[in-house]
Design a protein around this ligand. Structure first.
Ligand SMILES: Cc1cc2nc3c(=O)[nH]c(=O)nc-3n(C[C@H](O)[C@H](O)[C@H](O)COP(=O)(O)OP(=O)(O)OC[C@H]3O[C@@H](n4cnc5c(N)ncnc54)[C@H](O)[C@@H]3O)c2cc1C
Length: 311
C-alpha cells in the first residue's frame, strides 16, 4: 500500500497536517508519533495549568486553517489536538519512531522502529526538542569527545564499539567496518528490528558481534573508555557510538537528505514548505532555528495540505 501522506511527529504541526490533508480530500494519511502519546512538548515542558497564548513571542498571525486554536491552558490545548485526532479518520500510530526517509522510485520509504511504509508525500513535523537516547549508566565526561551518538566523527583504524541492535546501529557498524575495527554489542540474543538488507549486511561485514550482551559500566580509570560487559569481560575502545534511538533534529534532517544551513535549519519554499526533496515538507518548530508558535505550525500545515491536496 502506498499512502498519500505520512506525517512524522504528532505535535500541533503534525496533527494539523494530517487533519488538513484529510479535509482537502487526501485518502490514505498516516500520522506517526514516537512517544506513547501525542504533543510531547506540551506534556513534558508545559507546567500543569500553564496559560497557552495564541499570540506567542509577539507572533500575531491569523488562523488560515480549520483547527480552532484560541487562548487557553495546557489542558484545553491538549484537548483540541486530542479531539482533532479522534474526529478525523487518518491512521495514527504511537510508539513508532521514524529513523529516516529514503527516496524509492516515485515514492518515499519511511523507515521506522516498527517497519517501513511507502508514501507519495511526507511532512516532517518532529519539533526541535529531539535528543538521542542515552543509557541508564553514567557516561564519563572525560571521554565526551569519543562517546558519540552518531558516526560523524569516527576515524580510520579506530577500535570502535557500536551499541544497539536497530537499523541505525547496524548501518553505523557496517559502514565503519570498512575502515575501522568494529565491535557491536546488543542486549538481545537476536536482531529482531533490522530490515532484511541491514541484517544481511551485518552478517557479511567484518564485525565482532557481542549478542545477548549489555554494558554494566564505562570506566574513566584508563586513557581510553574501558567497557565492562554483562558477560564478565572488559575491553578498551578508542570510541563508543550509541545507536539506541532518538536523534537531534539535524541528524534527522540529514537522514532524510534535506539540505540544512549552518544553523541546522532546513531550506524550504516559504509558500509551500517544500524542501529540496520534492514531496518532503517541513512544518512547525523544525522549520526554524529556535522554534516558533502553535499558530505558525498550524498555518504551515494548512499551506502544505492546500499545495498537495486542494481539490
Ligand atoms: C515551555 C514552552 C512554552 C510554550 N508556550 C507557548 C504558547 O503559549 N503559545 C504558543 O503558540 N507556543 C508556545 N510554545 C511553543 C510551542 O509549544 C511550539 O511552537 C509547538 O509545540 C511546535 O509544534 P511542533 O508540532 O512543531 O513540535 P512539537 O510540539 O515539539 O511536536 C513534535 C512531536 O514529534 C514527535 N517526534 C519527534 N521525533 C520523532 C520521530 N523521529 N518519529 C516520530 N515522532 C517524532 C515528538 O515526540 C513530538 O510529539 C511553548 C514552548 C515551550 C517549550
Amino acid at each position: 500500500m502506498i499512502y498519500d501522506l505520512i506525517v512524522i511527529g504528532a505535535g500541533p504541526a503534525g496533527i494539523a497536517a494530517a487533519f488538513e490533508a484529510k479535509k482537502n480530500g487526501a485518502k490514505n494519511v498516516l500520522l506517526l508519533e514516537k512517544a506513547k502519546e501525542n504533543c510531547q512538548t506540551f506534556r513534558v515542558y508545559y507546567k500543569d495549568g500553564k496559560r497557552v497564548d495564541k499570540v506567542y513571542k509577539g507572533i500575531d498571525v491569523a488562523n488560515k486553517g480549520n483547527l480552532n486554536f484560541v487562548d487557553g491552558t495546557k489542558e484545553s490545548t491538549l484537548e483540541l489536538f486530542d479531539n482533532a485526532i479522534k474526529q478525523s479518520d487518518f491512521e495514527y500510530k504511537t510508539s513508532c519512531e521514524v529513523e529516516k526517509v529514503k527516496k524509492e522510485a516515485d515514492n518515499y520509504k519511511v523507515v521506522t522502529s516498527n517497519g517501513d511504509f511507502l508514501t507519495k508525500y511526507v511532512v516532517v513535523a518532529i519539533g526541535r526538542m529531539g535528543k538521542p537516547n542515552k543509557p541508564d549508566y553514567k557516561l564519563p565526561s572525560k571521554f565526551s569527545k569519543v562517546i558519540n551518538f552518531n558516526a560523524n566523527d569516527a576515524k580510520e583504524n579506530e577500535k570502535i564499539l557500536v551499541v544497539g541492535g536497530g537499523n541505525s546501529a547496524a548501518e553505523y557498524a557496517v559502514d565503519l567496518s570498512l575502515k575501522a575495527d568494529v565491535t557491536m554489542c546488543y542486549r538481545k540474543a537476536e536482531f529482531t528490528r533490522l530490515n532484511d538488507i541491514n541484517l544481511q549486511n551485518v552478517k557479511n561485514a567484518k564485525i565482532n558481534l557481542l549478542m545477548a550482551t549489555d554494558i554494566v559500566e564505562v570506566s574513566d580509570s584508563l586513557d581510553k573508555p574501558s567497557v565492562k560487559f554483562t558477560n564478565g569481560t572488559t575491553m578498551e575502545f578508542d570510541r563508543i557510538i550509541y545507536g539506541i534511538g532518538g536523534s537531534t533534529p539535524v541528524d534527522f534532517l540529514n537522514n532524510c537528505s534535506i539540505n540544512i544551513d549552518d544553523k541546522g535549519v532546513p531550506s524550504f519554499d516559504a509558500n509551500t514548505m517544500q524542501t529540496n526533496m520534492q514531496g518532503i515538507f517541513v512544518a512547525g518548530d523544525i522549520a526554524s532555528k529556535n522554534g516558533e508558535s502553535i499558530m505558525i505550525a498550524l498555518n504551515a500545515a494548512k499551506s502544505i495540505a492546500d499545495f498537495c491536496f486542494k481539490a
